[in-house]
Design a protein around this ligand. Structure first.
Ligand code: FUD
Length: 282
């Protein structure tokens, strides 16, 4: 995945036909290279419909998810494998290139105690099987490190690298997110440096998940470090302004973090795209 994209949470978190039509039309009007589609209910997605929309718009896509509780890999690896296989098949049928995000567990999954070896063993087993299935379908899998309040298992770039290296498949990569890094890493550059061998995708998300450029994320440091490691992966702007309650709960987004779509797309998008261009990332 290369170029500059937008997470479709900007327009919908429900990837049904109406949501897909709205999001693809809007993304095309802003001239992005790709969209990230949240497969939060993978089995329900009409893949052929999405594929036709994307082809007509000339847009590429990445899919992402957090696993539903009945399929959290740390506890139920077999259920996770079944769910991930369906999501991988949908990703391939949509014509997207990768399935990424919290593919190892839930957004909001926490046991209340530190992770156990058994949890990591279960995740590794599930993701090894998922990577094999993804390989057969021509799909890459990304592991996104998310902050401690959303998940207790993979919070840092280093932990994501450990899991990627443990799985050892050539179609699995590290996915970072500037919002999570701002909470977890000892300086944003260090997270990127830790992941450099495996980093293929990054969410460009502000410290409050609102309009990029209006918060505390050190964008110059991020872009300069990406340029320094020769990053050639996808950059996706992620801003959560369209939150259904069940998703807002996992993400702990309790109030509007930006005024509206016009503010994020009118100010945040050009801000980030200009930074990415300035540093030769796109
Ligand atoms: C979750 C997150 C998202 C999520 C993806 C799911 O905190 O940062 O990237 O994994 O949006 O579509």
């Amino acid at each position: 995945m290369q170029g500059f994209g937008v997470h479709t949470s900007m327009w919908t978190m429900t990837w049904d036909r109406a949501g897909a039509e709205r999001a693809v039309a809007a993304a095309k009007s802003y001239g992005v290279d790709f969209i990230e589609i949240a497969l939060l209910n993978a089995p329900a997605v009409d893949a052929a419909h999405s594929r036709a929309l994307l082809e007509k718009a000339g847009l590429r896509a990445v899919c992402s998810l957090g696993l539903p509780e009945h399929a959290w890999a740390s506890r139920r690896p077999e259920a996770a494998i079944d769910y991930l296989k369906v999501a991988i098949d949908k990703t391939a049928d949509i014509g997207a290139e990768a399935l990424s995000g919290v593919i190892f567990g839930g957004i909001g999954e926490r046991t209340g105690v530190p992770p156990t070896q058994q949890e990591y063993d279960n995740i590794a087993r599930a993701l090894t099987a998922a990577a094999r299935h993804a390989k057969a379908r021509g799909i890459e899998l990304g592991i996104e490190a998310v902050n401690r309040y959303e998940n207790h298992l993979i919070n840092t770039a280093r932990q994501a690298v450990e899991m990627v290296e443990r799985i050892g498949a050539d179609n699995i990569f590290v996915h970072l997110d500037t919002y999570h890094m701002n909470i977890e890493e000892k300086g944003a550059a260090n997270g990127i440096l830790d992941a450099r061998e495996h980093l293929k995708y990054i969410h460009m998300s502000e410290s409050d998940r609102g309009t990029p450029g209006c918060g505390n994320v050190p964008w110059d440091e991020i872009c300069a470090t990406l340029a320094a490691i020769g990053f050639r992966g996808g950059l996706a702007m992620e801003s959560f302004i369209n939150m259904p309650p069940e998703v807002a709960y996992g993400l702990a987004v309790w109030r509007p973090v930006a005024k509206d779509e016009a503010e994020v797309m009118g100010n945040g998008l050009p801000f980030l795209r200009n930074k990415a261009r300035q540093y030769g990332l796109i």
